[in-house]
Design a protein around this ligand. Structure first.
Ligand code: ADP
Ligand code: MG
Length: 464
């Protein structure tokens, strides 16, 4: 599987761009933790005989990617470049001698253990997430109170197990606990279960699991986010179980989050499940409308403090967003951010109509309600050029620019792949489409008037 002499491979810009797109797609699918742990540092080295060559640091990473993400990677890559039919890995192995002692390090000042292995991203406690900016309501009150309670009295509930579906504030609460205890000079380890597993397997390979265990056993508080990822691998479960037991015996606090209750965890040994349920198990439920509204209001206030004082997002808009997004606070805040960002670009307070358009844009992105022919028609009308010229090989600016805008909007507003888009533009290559997207993005970035023009066309398409 190893490919030698990789320097001979030609790393084209297109490949880099395509790989970047695939990486971001995976981030979207699997979330930031997985992305940081497994995807971010993988480099695309070249394409050889229909194989995409990816460079990873170790065999372990390769195996993990092969067993978890390779299908998706290939799928998405093929959407951009259908000449590729396989993935091969090149291993750089420079980190094989990493010792666990280099990976974990007590930072004497903060008493927080940071994981220094920057190659796989760092699980830092996020200082922006605290109890003060967590809004409570019926759905999360229990989890919130329990979290505060253990900060006042370590071990009061041990372990504290918080579960709920994605985007409902688990990570926020876990970080709040970390931030609060940090002030009390406690030794805290905060990491996702996926990274716990990764570090552990690495320590087995380096034959220094004893150090790994010591580090965990010396903590006052162990915070493990997203424990559902720890399923599978017996040896890791075993280790987790021992670490867990010794922490509890030492009366160290353990806090765990998951997307499901202990009993619903797949492929986790029963005795671990019952251990996990041995303290307090609380769930976070779907937020009701008043909580959703309050969270939005609080976020608007925070934004105001940070940026422009005169930005106003009306209650009408906030109510509209709160009504549309019932199941994930993350998604709801994502929409608010988009509305705020676009108001900043346009330098005016958004109307309800603006907000609706942004949302419609989001939905149509997901559902592909727009087709490329419609986009082409509207662009052609907007610039008053003929569709024949538009689809011809002519390169004069007044034809080429609208064509690029149409390609850009096709990417933005439909789910078509780059090669598919290229084909709809009289068989142009996907690299031409990438070039067009890049060009339009640059222009929009540097020229506000142009950005508004594209926005206007996009609005016309979506209003159709
Ligand atoms: P989870 O870990 O459950 O998937 P997160 O903790 O990452 O969810 O929350 C998603 C986003 O929503 C974060 O930006 C978080 O700050 C925010 N959020 C969730 N619940 C609340 C709340 N009750 N008050 C304020 N912000 C919240
Ligand atoms: Mg989370």
């Amino acid at each position: 599987m190893n490919i030698k002499n990789s320097s001979a491979l030609n790393i084209s810009d297109d490949l880099k761009k395509n790989w970047n797109i695939v990486q971001l797609k995976l981030k979207e699918i699997y979330g930031i933790d997985v992305y940081k742990s497994w995807i971010e540092n993988v480099e695309a080295k070249g394409i050889e005989q229909n194989s995409l060559i990816l460079r990873v640091k170790t065999r372990f990473v390769r195996d993990w990617i092969v067993s978890h993400y390779a299908d998706k990677i290939l799928d998405h890559f093929q959407k951009l470049d259908d000449t590729v039919s396989r993935i091969q890995f090149e291993i750089s192995e420079i980190f094989v001698n990493d010792k666990i002692s280099n990976i974990f390090d007590f930072n004497t000042k903060s008493k927080i253990i940071d994981i220094k292995d920057t190659n796989y991203g760092v699980n830092r406690i996020d200082p922006r997430l605290n109890f003060d900016n967590f809004v409570t309501g019926e759905s999360n009150q229990l989890a919130f109170s329990a979290a505060k309670r253990i900060c006042e009295n370590l071990g009061h509930y041990n372990p504290l197990y918080i579960y709920g579906s994605v985007g409902l504030g688990k990570t926020h609460i876990l970080n709040s606990i970390g931030n609060q205890l940090k002030q009390l000079q406690k030794k805290i380890i905060y990491l996702s279960a996926e990274r716990f597993m990764y570090q552990f397997v690495k320590s087995i390979k380096n034959k220094d699991t004893y150090k790994f265990k010591d580090i965990f056993r010396n903590a006052d508080v162990l915070i493990l986010d997203d424990i559902q990822f720890i399923s599978g691998k017996d040896v890791t479960q075993e280790e987790f179980f021992y670490t867990f037991n010794s922490l509890i015996e030492n009366q160290s606090q353990v806090v765990i989050s998951s997307d499901r209750s202990p009993n619903d965890l797949d492929r986790i040994q029963d005795r671990i499940k019952s251990r996990l349920s041995g303290g307090l198990v609380v769930d976070i439920q779907q937020p009701d409308i008043s909580l959703r509204l309050e969270i939005l209001k609080k976020r608007c206030l925070a934004e105001k403090d940070q940026f422009s004082k005169d930005l106003i997002i009306s209650d009408e808009i906030l109510t509209f967003i709160a009504n549309e997004f019932k199941s994930s606070i993350r998604d709801m805040l994502g929409v608010l951010n988009r509305i705020i960002a676009s108001s900043r670009i346009q330098n005016r307070n958004p109307s309800l109509q603006d907000a609706k358009l942004i949302l419609k844009d989001l939905f149509s992105n997901m559902n592909a309600v727009v087709n490329i022919e419609d986009i082409q028609k509207i662009v052609v009308n907007f610039y008053d050029i003929s569709i024949t010229d538009f689809l011809s090989a002519r390169r004069s600016r007044h034809i080429a620019r609208p064509r690029q805008i149409a390609m850009y909007l096709s990417k933005k507003l439909t789910t078509k792949s780059l090669p598919e888009i290229g084909r709809k533009f009289t068989g142009r290559d996907h690299t031409t489409v990438i070039h067009a997207i890049k060009k339009i993005e640059d222009l929009m970035h540097n020229d506000k008037k142009f950005a508004l023009e594209v926005q206007e066309i996009s609005n016309r398409i979506l209003k159709k």
